[in-house]
Design a protein around this ligand. Sequence first.
Ligand code: CAO
Length: 420
Amino acid sequence: MSNKPLNGIKIIDFTHVQAGPACTQMLAWFGADVIKVERPGAGDVTRTQLRDIPNVDALYFTMLNSNKRSLSLDTKKPEGKAILEKLIKESDVLVENFGPGALDRMGFSWERIQELNPKLILASVKGFSDGHHYEDLKVYENVAQCAGGAASTTGWWKGEQAGPMISSAALGDSNTGMHLAIGILTAYIGRLQTGKGQKVAVAMQDAVLNLCRVKMRDQLRLEKLGYLEEYPQYPHESFSDVVPRGGNAGGGGQPGWILKCKGWETDPNAYIYFTVQGHAWEPICDALGKPEWKTDPAYTTPKARQPHITDIFAAIEDWLKDKTKFEAVDILRKFDIPCAPVLSMKELLNDESLRKSGSIVEVPHKERGSYFTVGSPIKFSDLKPEITGSPLLGEHTDEVLADLGYTPEQIKALHAAQAV
Ligand code: CAO
């Protein structure tokens, strides 16, 4: 086994669906021994959800569970509980994202876990934080986006499409998992100092809110000023007392928008994002062939430009009419303009640079042949994560039990007791 920084860290992965599995998968990539504990005969629900090949683990599962081992165990039965207790005594971390109270109901409260192994780190994802007035709620991705401020600040503020909108990025699920991974590693470093484990929890609402902090910033500014100059409502429309949805506005100090390119009528992704950096106005004028804008007082400062920013974007769109998104970006990049083509999943999947960097990888799978998945977005100089296929349900049960000291006869007896 190559030397990966998290080698030697043993993690009980009691997670399912996306938020928890995304966290433990990343720790597995970096070398942790992640043992996914799954209910016999069923396993993580994503194994069977949205299948593309009959009777084969769905991509939903394979793309969130690579580099793990699978232990099939009914932890509600006495035999299963005994094994889990043994595992807890020998592990460093237990990660779970069950509904509120499920772990306690199973008999593994934080107090019990501490009795079994005071060094263990218990890491949990829940929809809302402990003590929150919604703490009993079960939560999925879009529920978290609504509760964490993303939905109220995303989308259109007028027209037929007006209303809160969900992002396709997993702000509630994978994002919470990434926060939890930081929490686990922090608690692990803490344990190196104190010798003690601790409980780490991330609420999906909080993780979404953490990514929406710029919108909280805008709420506070709005309460002071009564307007937000970088929003498309400014200066021609009125503001209420809540942060409005801003469509595709830049959202920061630089105005920006999604603009149509050649072929937009038939290609749903023939667009670029164009950013107007305050200090880079002259290169923009050069790129667009509008030298007169450089000296026109209606354009020379960001403040002067803001009242007719929509007209400026319309003029840029006119320039884009005969250019594909790739041709446009190739011109604009020479002028140092922050921009990018709107890339489809198909384009990303086949992107040579992403394949080369390991951000998209092809990994073997025992039953589906091989599949493409998203590799590590974190790059290291001395670690190249090797992404391996996800485990079949219970693939490593015998191996894990043997490691725990169970004899072949005991393992056989356990299989019989767990038979479904
Ligand atoms: N053996 C025996 N029982 C097992 C088991 C095993 N190996 N693994 C899980 N279980 C049991 C649990 O003990 C629990 O039983 P009880 O409810 O009887 O105590 C049950 O399976 C799991 O319950 P759940 O509430 O986690 O599952 P659900 O499908 O009803 O809800 C979800 C799913 C995601 C809404 C809920 O788990 C949740 O709110 N999790 C926290 C937030 C979260 O992570 N959401 C993101 C999910 S990713 O989109």
